[in-house]
Write a protein that binds this ligand. Structure first.
Ligand SMILES: [Ca+2]
Ligand SMILES: [Ca+2]
Ligand SMILES: [Ca+2]
Length: 318
C-alpha cells in the first residue's frame, strides 16, 4: 500500500493523520508493506500515525521469507520551508511461534524505516520472537534492533520503552543513535545493550549480558541524581563495558558514608573504574575515568546485584 503526498513550490503540505496500522504476512514469499511518502518544496505539517502492529508467520515447509515492512519518509526544502515532526504510536513486532519441524529456510523478516525532516517520536517498542526453525537457525531478523528499525531525523529521535523480554534468543539493543529512550529490557538469552548519553534505565535478563556505556554521558555525576541505573545485574556473568577505561580498577564491597564521599574517594583513587556501595544500601555506585586524567567523567548505578559482590571481572573495555 502506498500513500504519497506532494506539494510543489507554490503550495504547502498540511498535516497527515493515520490511525492504527496492522501489517500481517504469513507464508512463503508473503509480503505486506506500507509506504508513506510526503514531500514539499515549502512548509510541511506533522505526520501522526497510531499504533503499529507487525505480525509475521511462515509455514513449516516454507523455503522463502515472509516479510513485513513500513517505510515512512517526509522531505522538505529546509532552506525554504519548515519541516514537520513525525509521531507514531507503539510498535509491536511479533513472530509466530514455530516448532522444530520448520525448515531452516522458514524465516520472517521485518523492516521499519523512518526518515524525518524534524523530530521523530516513537512510542513503546515490544519485540516477541527469537524462535528457531530446523537446525536451530534463528527464524527472524529481530535479534538486532538496528537491523529492522532504521530511524534518521534532522531533529531529535525520541523513543519510548524497548522491551525484548519475550524474545527467546540472544539480542543486541543499540540505542546510541536515539536522543532519548525509555526503559530498555533485555532478551531472554545473552543480550548486548548499547546505551545513549541520556539517563537510561536498563533491565537485564537471564543470559550473559553486556552493557556498553557510550562516551558522552550527559548525566551529572556531581549530584548523582540522574545517573544511568542497571537492574537485574548478576555478578556471576554480566559485564559493564566502557571505552578507554583500561584495567585499572578499584572494586570493593567497602561501603562509603554517602554519595558525596563516593565522589571524593573516586577522584582521589586515580583509577579508571571505582565501584563502591554506600552505607545502608545494596546498590553499587561506579565512577568512570575514561581519559586517564584521574578525574571522573561519569558515574552510574548497578542496583542491588545478584550473585554476590562485584569484582573487577564485571568491568571491561570496548
Ligand atoms: Ca546513559
Ligand atoms: Ca544476565
Ligand atoms: Ca577523566
Amino acid at each position: 500500500m502506498y500513500i504519497t503526498a506532494e506539494a510543489d513550490t507554490d503550495t504547502e503540505l498540511g498535516s497527515i493523520t493515520i490511525g492504527d496500522v496492522e501489517i500481517y504476512a504469513e507464508g512463503q514469499s508473503a509480503d505486506a508493506c506500507l509506504t508513506i511518502s510526503a514531500s514539499s518544496a515549502n512548509d510541511m505539517g506533522e505526520i501522526t500515525i497510531g499504533d503499529i502492529s507487525i505480525s509475521l508467520a511462515n509455514t513449516a515447509d516454507a523455503t522463502s521469507t515472509a516479510t513485513g515492512c513500513m517505510y515512512l519518509c517526509n522531505v522538505t526544502n529546509i532552506d525554504v520551508g519548515q519541516g514537520g515532526q513525525i509521531t507514531i504510536g507503539n510498535i509491536d513486532l511479533n513472530a509466530a511461534d514455530v516448532t522444530d519441524d520448520y525448515l531452516d529456510s522458514a524465516c520472517v523478516c521485518a523492516y521499519v524505516c523512518i526518515t524525518g525532516n524534524a523530530d521523530v517520536n516513537v512510542g513503546d517498542i515490544t519485540v516477541v520472537g527469537g524462535y528457531v526453525n530446523g537446525n536451530d537457525t534463528l527464524m527472524d531478523n529481530f535479534d538486532s534492533l538496528t537491523s529492522w528499525l532504521d530511524i534518521s531525523a534532522c531533529g531529535d529521535i525520541n523513543v519510548g520503552d524497548i522491551d525484548y523480554s519475550d524474545y527467546e534468543a540472544s539480542a543486541t539493543i543499540d540505542v546510541s543513535s536515539f536522543d532519548s529512550v525509555g526503559i530498555i529490557t533485555a532478551a531472554q538469552k545473552d543480550t548486548v545493550i548499547v546505551d545513549n548519553g541520556g539517563q537510561n534505565f536498563i533491565y537485564l535478563g537471564d543470559g550473559l549480558d553486556t552493557v556498553c556505556l557510550v562516551d558522552d554521558q550527559s548525566t551529572s555525576y556531581a549530584t548523582g541524581l540522574d545517573l544511568d541505573i542497571i537492574y537485574n545485574f548478576n555478578s556471576d556473568d554480566d559485564i559493564i563495558e566502557t571505552s578507554g577505561s583500561g584495567t585499572d580498577e578499584s572494586v570493593s564491597s567497602t561501603s562509603l558514608a554517602n554519595y558525596a564521599a563516593f565522589v571524593t574517594a573516586a577522584n582521589n583513587a586515580d583509577t579508571d573504574i571505582f565501584a563502591r556501595k554506600l552505607v545502608g544500601g545494596d546498590d553499587w555506585y561506579v565512577a568512570v575515568d575514561q581519559d586517564g586524567d584521574d578525574t571522573i567523567d561519569f558515574a552510574f548505578i548497578i542496583a542491588d546485584p545478584s550473585g554476590g559482590n562485584l569484582t573487577s571481572a564485571n568491568f571491561g573495555e570496548y
